[in-house]
Design a protein around this ligand. Structure first.
Ligand SMILES: [Zn+2]
Ligand SMILES: [Zn+2]
Length: 255
């Protein structure tokens, strides 16, 4: 047995003894720390669930759920929901559910990227060549007060994975959140969401993005209003273009 395998098994065994982690979905013991807060079976069934979606728009990257997995439809170039968007393209690793959802929620509370989540993001990234030409990675910022409370920004941790994959810098000081926006409430429509984030961001260090292709990273894409507000600021500050990458996206779309 290779030394690192032995060490991993030993640390899993020790951690299960002193701080057992139970799956946030089904309650079973999580056998390995690499799986974060979901067990292996829940990770596997989440991966299966993802396979039911197909890409419905080449621009905003939204998906539709397919009744039949073998169904194939040509995606639209630009759908009616993103025709006014100022970013080039938006893509996500998976839908905001199952193992991905509980692990992204856990990431808001502690700065630990489980190996399985990191691998999932890395593999999704490999399948998205439309994002590969970016020159700098910029995470969506938290308000200063929240950073002070938490000590980290989960979008920065996710950004570090693609920054390493791509070999381009991660710039966490470029975007600042000047207004702490109200949390998006369920039922808030797109217009209300857009209004709540308008003027919430500014670019603090434009020189780091001037003339560059920027990859904007966040944990979850919901209506896209936050990402759209950040994109507008980046372009105003001189970025050549903005592409968006999120670990997950919600599936609440109008058809
Ligand atoms: Zn489970
Ligand atoms: Zn679209």
């Amino acid at each position: 047995m290779a030394l690192h395998t032995w060490f991993r098994q030993f640390s899993d065994w020790t951690m299960n003894l002193i701080a057992p982690q139970f799956c946030r979905i089904c309650g079973q013991l999580v056998a390995t720390w690499a799986d974060g807060v979901a067990c292996r079976a829940c990770w596997e069934s989440s991966a299966f669930n993802q396979s039911r979606y197909f890409l419905a728009c080449l621009r905003c990257g939204r998906w539709k759920q397919s009744a039949d997995v073998s169904e194939t439809r040509a995606p639209l170039q630009v759908c009616d929901q993103c025709s006014a968007a100022s970013y080039q393209v938006a893509r996500s690793c998976g839908s905001y559910e199952g193992a991905l959802r509980v692990n992204l929620l856990a990431l808001k509370r502690r700065p630990f990227l489980p190996g399985t989540l990191k691998k999932f993001i890395g593999e999704s990234w490999q399948r998205l060549p439309e994002l590969h030409a970016v020159e700098v990675v910029v995470p969506v910022p938290l308000a200063a007060r929240r950073v002070a409370e938490r000590g980290f920004n989960q979008a920065g941790l996710l950004g570090s994975v693609v920054s390493r994959e791509r070999g381009v810098p991660l710039e966490e000081e470029v975007l600042m959140r000047t207004v702490e926006t109200e949390r998006h409430r369920a039922g808030m429509d797109v217009v209300a969401r857009r209004k709540s984030v308008e003027r919430a961001f500014r670019v603090a260090r434009p020189r780091l993005i001037e003339g560059k292709s920027v990859l904007l990273v966040d944990d979850v894409m919901t209506s896209g209003a936050t990402l759209e507000a950040c994109t507008a600021e980046l372009l105003k500050a001189g970025a050549a273009e903005v592409r968006i990458f999120t670990a997950a996206r919600t599936m609440r779309y109008r058809d």
